[in-house]
Write a protein that binds this ligand. Structure first.
Ligand SMILES: C[S@@+](CC[C@H](N)C(=O)[O-])C[C@H]1O[C@@H](n2cnc3c(N)ncnc32)[C@H](O)[C@@H]1O
Length: 330
């Protein structure tokens, strides 16, 4: 049995990357600290700029050998660091896209000395020309009205009309608010909708996605939802517990973005190391906490077949929008 596949290691990514064999990863999809001063329970987002850029270069150089020759890399960043990070990556790879994630932040006042920043910048890079990319897996269906408007004979049987359109490089998807079913307790959790799009486009079914900075585990959940394997790291043990819970819950009730419903959650999260002794979890074989002294990984079962069932529970709490601030990617 593999010691690294479908596991998230609760440790420093740079210290743990040796666990992953070279050339074994189809897609590096990662959302590192942005250096905007966010509090992840560690100092990773609060470094002097030069240190931050040097550290970024360090993890890139440690991670790239893990990628297959036809693999891809997606990296989240902000307009502040994107120029330096993209130039550094372009010395190593070919840049395919700069994707703008419009977080759909409502107008609520804020800065008066600049234009409010409401987007994340995502770089999409590859190693070789024959990189894996499946546009058909992520096309967006045309609505009935648009199809009707294209009903003239010249459009009849048009493949593109039936298959849907290219999502383009501007992705307008709401950041997660408290009422979103998938929302958990992480300050910069990404919506499954955008992560799943990247996974489906750039990792073949059954392939492996690596995220060095898992946070709440969105990449792992997206991989499992879409029938891919995952591996990765997260430094903060609280987030490791959250992501283990998300994966555990997925085995029972697959997640999907749906703002109207909230999935069932345990009354209180299990403490580190307790999941392995939970007889129910052990019986189902879904989550096993490793010995924290020797192996910090949370071992989870191989991916379940992709299933897209909806949760049915209504949200308990009142809808409260998270406050908006400048440069605050989620
Ligand atoms: C931007 S967040 C990732 C959010 C994630 N995409 C999600 O949807 O929840 C970055 C994460 O990297 C973690 N981190 C920072 N430095 C790290 C390191 N050296 N190794 C592993 N994780 C690290 C932080 O604790 C934080 O949770």
């Amino acid at each position: 049995m593999s010691t690294w596949l479908d596991q998230v290691f609760c440790e420093d990514a740079l210290a743990g990357l040796h666990r992953i064999p070279d050339g074994s990863i189809d897609l590096i999809l990662t959302d590192p600290p942005y250096n905007l001063g966010k509090d992840y329970g560690n100092a990773s987002d609060q470094q002097p700029v030069d240190d931050f850029l040097a550290w970024t270069e360090q993890w890139v150089d440690a991670a790239l050998p893990k990628l297959k020759e036809n693999g891809s890399l997606y990296v989240f960043t902000t307009w502040r660091s994107a120029p330096e990070i993209f130039v550094m990556l372009k010395r190593r790879m070919t840049m395919i896209n700069e994707i703008i994630w419009d977080r759909r932040v409502p107008s609520m006042g804020g800065t008066v000395r600049s234009f409010t920043s409401v987007h994340d910048t995502i770089g999409f890079f590859v190693r070789r020309k024959d990189y894996y990319f499946n546009l058909d897996a992520v096309r967006i269906p045309y609505d009935a009205e648009t199809k009707k408007a294209r009903s003239r004979s010249i459009f009849v049987g048009a493949k593109w009309l039936e298959q849907g359109y290219n999502p383009k490089d501007l992705w307008s998807v709401s950041r997660l608010h408290r009422q979103h079913a998938e929302r958990v307790d992480h300050p910069t959790q990404k919506p499954l909708e955008i992560i799943e799009r990247m996974v489906k486009a750039s990792c073949p079914p059954g392939g492996v996605v690596l995220d060095l900075f898992m946070g709440s585990g969105t990449t792992a959940v997206a991989a499992r939802n879409t029938g891919r394997h995952f591996t990765g790291f997260e430094l903060n043990p609280d987030y490791c517990r959250i992501l283990a819970e998300r994966l555990d819950q997925l085995a029972v009730e697959p997640q999907e973005p749906d703002p109207k419903v909230r999935p069932k959650r345990p009354a209180s999260p299990p403490a580190a190391g307790q999941q392995g002794s939970d007889p129910k979890a052990r019986a189902k074989g879904r989550v096993r906490a490793a010995d924290p002294g020797s192996d910090p990984g949370f071992l989870v079962t191989p991916p379940a077949a992709p299933a897209r069932k909806r949760a049915t529970r209504k949200p308990k709490s009142k809808v409260v929008a998270a406050p908006t601030s400048v440069d605050s990617p989620e």
